[in-house]
Design a protein around this ligand. Sequence first.
Ligand code: NAD
Length: 517
Amino acid sequence: GRPLARLSSTSPPINWKGTSTSGGPSLNLIGGDWTPGRGVTEWLDVHDPSTQALLTRVPQTPRADMLRLVDGAQAAFEAWSETSVLRRQDVLLKLQALIKDHTDDIARSIVLEQGKTFADAKGDVLRGLQVVIAAAGIPSLLMGDKLEVAKDMDTETRRVPLGVGAAICPFNFPAMIPLWSIAMAIATGNTLIVKPSERDPGATLIIAELAERAGLPKGVLSVLHGSVPAVNFLCEEPRIKAISFVGSSHAGKYIYDKAGANGKRVQANLGAKNHCIIMPDANRNHTLNSIVGAAFGAAGQRCMALSVLVTVGDTEEWLPDLIERAQKLKVGNGFDEEVDIGPLISPAAKQRVEGVIASAEKEGGKILLDGRGVKVPGYPDGNFVGPTSIQADVNMTCYKEEIFGPVLVIVKADTLDDAIKLINRNEYGNGAAIFTRSGAVARKFEKEINVGQIGINVPIPVPLPMFSWSGNKGSVLGQTSLYGPLGIEFWTQHKTTTALWRSEDALESKAATVMPT
Ligand code: NAD
């Protein structure tokens, strides 16, 4: 009960089929039925990260229900894969309209369960919605190639769906990441099982209900709750053909190996440590505002958060100005319109982040701004950590580990070459940015930096869906990608047909036993 009283004034209580925000269970969607499952014996609690109030419980779904869920997805695949591409497009168009209409509802669920601010939660929905809109172009996106390879012979390719797929999702973008897989998988004619993060399942459940209203047939989209047992099941079940994972490197490597060993197509999008270089000629105001937003927004819990700042030359002198701007950010409950930074996802996350800050102190780092112990009036139990900045070197734990909190690690490089080498030595490769007014410097950076997503005077360069998500190096395992043209590749396999149409009188009279040359 308590958390509902804390919702913003814009909010009626969230009341959707699958999700309850007052202690009732979150439901699975099994072949079109909303049900926790039969005989659930274990429940995983979901807490409001600002108050610790119990919001809902997620079933650790029993195996029999998981099997039933795959039965539904498999049966739906037979019909959905034969459904015309124009009909699939129509469902996507209806779904995008419904998501637009209900953006605030989804965003409210995100603020409540995940903690980010309401404005930022709407961005979470929007960046997923954009992929649904792009996927509505599926008739063109799915077109194959045809070539006349000889005067009487043609070869053509077509892309066909894989079957039942699964998306295993992280807590940090509860709408965007499930929507990426939902849009791409169903547009291409697959059926999909979404396993939302057990820490914030609400957004997925609202989206699944909207998909139902958009006319998506039963079983095309299923929702499976649970933690490691559900993941193990998805990696082992033979009828599941593909797994798209987004989350930590630890879980991702495990899933990549396990699902790969069972013959599945797997993409695993993993951890990150995104760097940003400031060059002395950069526009100071734009640069510092961009860095503060990208480092501390969403409490640093973005896969494209800026977590390392590399000062080149005398830009170190800009740090007091940076700290001053970071200090102005307000920490608090995401429903409060004045708040810039919400809580971390769990008390354990808060403890871990504070532990990394403490390790920096021990290892000789200089804490320029310390967000430990931040007090938020009215929310004494929230998982809050304030913006933190640490001058460090690359041997310290705070540089080496992904922190996933509002902590900006600052390292120094004498030259652009040194800064590029430093970034290229880092194991991760999601993104990196540079702030400069020089085209030549930007061009050199773009050419020599070894990460997947490059920002030039842009701090969080997540490509729009006409391009593909393109993390690289240690931030990804497997090929292809989440959305865009590479997302279409992931969710389809190619068939090529070669056809000979030769006039009867020109056909050979004798069998040929050699390869044609
Ligand atoms: P997580 O790995 O803890 O959880 C992700 C999913 O994996 C969840 O559904 C969870 O149930 C499951 N899982 C967790 N531990 C598991 C285990 N030991 N075995 C099997 N399954 C397990 O990740 P998270 O904390 O929810 O998300 C934050 C992480 O996600 C960060 O590391 C962040 O960098 C990463 N991330 C990466 C991208 C990207 O595109 N590369 C995008 C967003 C988030």
